[in-house]
Design a protein around this ligand. Sequence first.
Ligand SMILES: *Cc1c(COP(=O)(O)O)cnc(C)c1O
Length: 384
Amino acid sequence: MDSKKQNSGFATKAIHSSNNPSKWGGKSASTFKENPQDGKEEYLHGGNSNATRDTLENCLASLENAKYGVTFGSGLAAITAVFNLLRPGHHVIISNSVYGGTTQLVKEVFMRFGIEFTFINFVECGNFQQVMKPKTKMVFIETPTNPLLHVLDIESIARSTHMQPGTLLVVDNTFTTPYLQRPLDLDADITVTSLSKYMNGHSDVIMGFVATNCKSVYKKLRTLQTVTGGGPSTLDCYQMLRSIKTLSLRMDQHGKSALCVAKFLEGNKFVEKVSYPGLKSHRQHELNRRQSYGSSGIVSFWIKGRLKQANKFLNSLKLFQLAISFGTCQSLAQLPYTMTHGNLSPEAKQIAGITENLISLSVGLEDAQDIVADLDQALKASQK
Ligand SMILES: *Cc1c(COP(=O)(O)O)cnc(C)c1O
């Protein structure tokens, strides 16, 4: 057994909660007729709510085992709403290996508004009590981290966070999706997910989602969704409802093929090292087994050589597309050193462990033997 066993009827829930026939019909419009008697209608304006979005939010919340869920126009809009729960003077402890866009959002926007952020390495600083302040209202992490795929212990971080009453633990769950990891079950207070990646899975929707069991947080998020105009479009919600129905099948296949790829790379003489939480050689393999229901399709590895070999490898790939996103049907490959982390200074790259020969793969849904064959030929070509 590679990980915790799914026992929630996840696939059944995903398919049934994404269908709500009584709410379809003409109720996906952007404006609705009011009842002239009492001025009440279930829906007033598509910007506030509509049947398709309600169905999607209820479906996603149930998959997270959450009481409440709110969708946003993108993953970053969802994260923006989460930070908008704070006020000037508040302090946030945030992992230094969160998604690059999150770091930028913090530095370009929220730091300017008098919210203080402390970036720390959660892998080496499991006990972060020493950076907690009375004003620390939020701890924000993402696990596994990108692109090194370190696994952070959600339950233990939740315990430390809650030593200070009222401080919220937020987990960005984009990498694993609620199919593979459910942070609220592990005592996190909020999960935030970019639906643009695995959740949608076909790289044709941009959307985000926040889930929580805390009613007061939910109410604030709902207000933020309306007053900031941050909600998603009805058509995107409709597409997401279709995608969710196949989430478990897609994630199972991504995971199976990724394990195949990781094992192949681990045994290849042109590869220095592989990082994949599903591999026994992964430093936090046991922790990953305990807190998740499997591993996703992201595999990172260090090719033998330097930038020249890494680029040769990437340019020799035929099936893999060179691209910075992940979580879609098609296999993607990227070089963090020049792509996702290209803007960092050489020192910052070194601190973050982003070396010239680090390659990040998003293993897609093509036939596993074709995926491995493509990697094999590109690895051979890299050393010529
Ligand atoms: C892509 C991504 C986001 C941002 O999502 P968008 O929908 O592109 O705005 C946030 N967190 C993680 C981990 C991501 O990979």
